[in-house]
Design a binder for this molecule. Structure first.
Ligand SMILES: NC(=O)C1=CN([C@@H]2O[C@H](COP(=O)(O)OP(=O)(O)OC[C@H]3O[C@@H](n4cnc5c(N)ncnc54)[C@H](OP(=O)(O)O)[C@@H]3O)[C@@H](O)[C@H]2O)[C@@H](O)CC1
Ligand SMILES: Nc1ncnc2c1ncn2[C@@H]1O[C@H](COP(=O)(O)OP(=O)(O)O)[C@@H](O)[C@H]1O
Ligand SMILES: [K+]
Length: 474
């Protein structure tokens, strides 16, 4: 599990650590880690052409020291100084002493570069890229681009982007992940992430936002033991699908089966479709949710938004079991938020952006903040879908999911996610962990499904079990 830290936390931790170390030690660690990563990307370094984009602060200093390291190993390094009077003096001296050259900061200077190092601005950046940096960022798109700490122009605290930014193939970041590297548009602009350890763990506080890795998820995935049976493994109630939208019920139910629920009791209004697809499901059409023995519920996908759907959702949410609410269920919660707010049992809401706007303000460019505020306001776990799905608990804990693929943007893919989270809730995972683990597994399923060509949501559903096996194997 990797912690994600905001700029203020990182600055404070850096200052505390710097006070214990000789001057320049921290930047030396950062620059060496950066240079080693660039060398790895270049392959043979001797004679390679590297262009440095150097801004006014320490981010440019990192680039210059890394450029010096590379120049000493035979790289032909050229620095384009965007603010020549403010370029890091020590870094510039080291760069020149190693044989590095400077040139006018024009797009033409990037032609033929084997690698461009983006040291325009790091965590000290405010607003989007300044005008003079824009043509350079655009020219860098033709080359292998490594961002120093943060792709310049991305808001390191939020991932929000105003106007042009550097589009990095790889971002080498120092000390800890920043929200802007893992959330929103920033996550897309950062490319692959490499974290250089500069010793910051010693002074950083505990993180409130985390990124799960496979081992974290494997450790949380439920595995039945000798004493388990279908009831102890988790019985899930499903209120999804309708005569108009039977498919959503089929996908959601199938995903809960593949996710490992011990038993499924189906109370939606697409009973015939469920019976036809899944002989293992116990269909209890018309049963009162409160009368059924289940450990958790999933409600909403394809259930419709008419009065009957409202009454069924209200009955599910009146039970004392944890519940996932998705799709039409979220629309219904938008007009009756008390259905969720007044519950004692945990609720997981899984909106995409459009659905989010029905239950909360936003989402703004600061997706983490929007989701945290919604979770607090609704007293529910909120999972906001997207290229980097964000999950927040009412107590402020948050997770960002890094698995998945844009191919998951296909009709019905969300129904697979909610069924999966339902099965994990039924197995007893704490609600925010069920949501974060579900998002991780769903993302891996999407990646596996996409290997065979553009996947349908049914392909994603069929990839849930292989995804669980792959994660479990490590
Ligand atoms: N502290 C440490 O020990 C360590 C720090 N480390 C490194 O330092 C980085 C932080 O350095 P930093 O604080 O100097 O800020 P930084 O990001 O270089 O920006 C500085 C200047 O850029 C300008 N500027 C602002 N916005 C802009 C924009 N949109 N577009 C263009 N220019 C813009 C503005 O200058 P102005 O022109 O306004 O005078 C601002 O003052 C950090 O990301 C990491 O790489 C590592 O070495 C590890 C150890
Ligand atoms: N660009 C993207 N990159 C990665 N994942 C995406 C992207 N777009 C959508 N997804 C994922 O695809 C799923 C779509 O869910 P949703 O919009 O609810 O679909 P539906 O309502 O059709 O079931 C979510 O898990 C979301 O995170
Ligand atoms: K940068």
């Amino acid at each position: 599990m990797r912690g994600v830290h905001g700029v203020d936390e990182i600055r404070t931790a850096e200052n505390e650590l710097m006070a214990r170390l000789p001057e320049g030690a921290l930047m030396a660690r950062a620059a060496t880690g950066l240079a080693v990563e660039c060398a790895r990307l270049l392959g043979p370094v001797y004679g390679a052409r590297v262009v440095l984009l150097v801004g006014a602060g320490n981010n440019g200093g990192d680039a210059l020291y890394a450029g010096a390291w590379l120049a000493r190993r035979g790289v032909r390094a050229t620095a384009l100084l965007l603010a020549p009077d403010k370029a890091h003096p020590g870094g510039l001296a080291a760069f020149r002493a190693a044989g590095g050259r400077t040139a006018d900061p024009t797009p033409a200077a990037l032609a033929g570069a084997d690698l461009v190092l983006d040291g325009i601005v790091g965590i000290g950046g405010t607003g989007g890229l300044r005008d003079e940096a824009v043509p350079l960022a655009q020219a860098a798109r033709d080359a292998l681009t490594v961002a120093v700490d943060v792709p310049s122009g991305v808001d390191a605290d939020t991932g929000a982007v105003e106007g042009e930014t550097v589009h990095a193939d790889v971002t080498v970041t120092f000390g800890a992940l920043k929200p802007g590297l893992v959330v929103g548009t920033g996550a897309e602009r950062a490319g692959e992430l490499r974290l250089v350890d500069i010793g910051l763990a010693a002074t950083l506080p505990a993180a409130s936002t985390h990124v799960f890795e496979a081992a974290d998820v494997a450790a949380l995935l439920p595995t039945p033991g000798a004493a388990d049976n279908k009831y102890t493994r988790g019985v899930l109630g499903v209120a999804a699908g309708s005569s108009a939208y039977p498919g959503a019920g089929v996908l959601c139910t199938g995903s809960a089966i593949n996710g490992g629920a011990g038993m499924i009791r189906y109370v939606g209004t697409a009973a015939d479709a469920i019976r036809a697809q899944y002989p293992e499901v116990v269909v209890q059409e018309g049963a009162a949710p409160d009368d059924l023995h289940v450990q958790a519920w999933v409600a909403g996908p394809g259930m419709g938004t008419d009065d009957a759907a409202h009454d069924l959702l209200a009955a599910v949410l009146a039970t004392g079991e944890p519940a996932v609410v998705d799709a039409d269920g979220i629309t219904l919660v938008g007009s009756s938020p008390g259905l969720v707010r007044d519950r004692d049992a945990p609720t997981v809401l899984t909106p995409h952006d459009g659905e989010f706007a029905r239950i909360a303000d936003g989402p703004s460019g600061d997706r983490l903040a929007s989701v945290r505020a919604a979770a607090r306001d609704l007293d529910a776990v909120v999972l906001l879908k997207g290229n980097a799905t964000v999950i927040a608990a009412p107590d402020g804990r948050a997770w960002v999911n890094r698995t998945g693929t844009p191919w998951l943007g296909t009709a019905g893919s969300g129904d697979v996610l909610s069924g999966l989270i339902g099965s994990l809730l039924a197995a007893g995972l704490e609600a925010p962990l069920a949501a974060a683990v579900g998002a991780y597994v769903h993302g891996v399923a999407g990646q596996l499904a996409a290997q065979g060509g553009p996947p349908s949501s049914l392909d994603v559903l069929h990839a849930v079990r292989p995804a669980l096996r792959e994660i479990g194997r490590g």
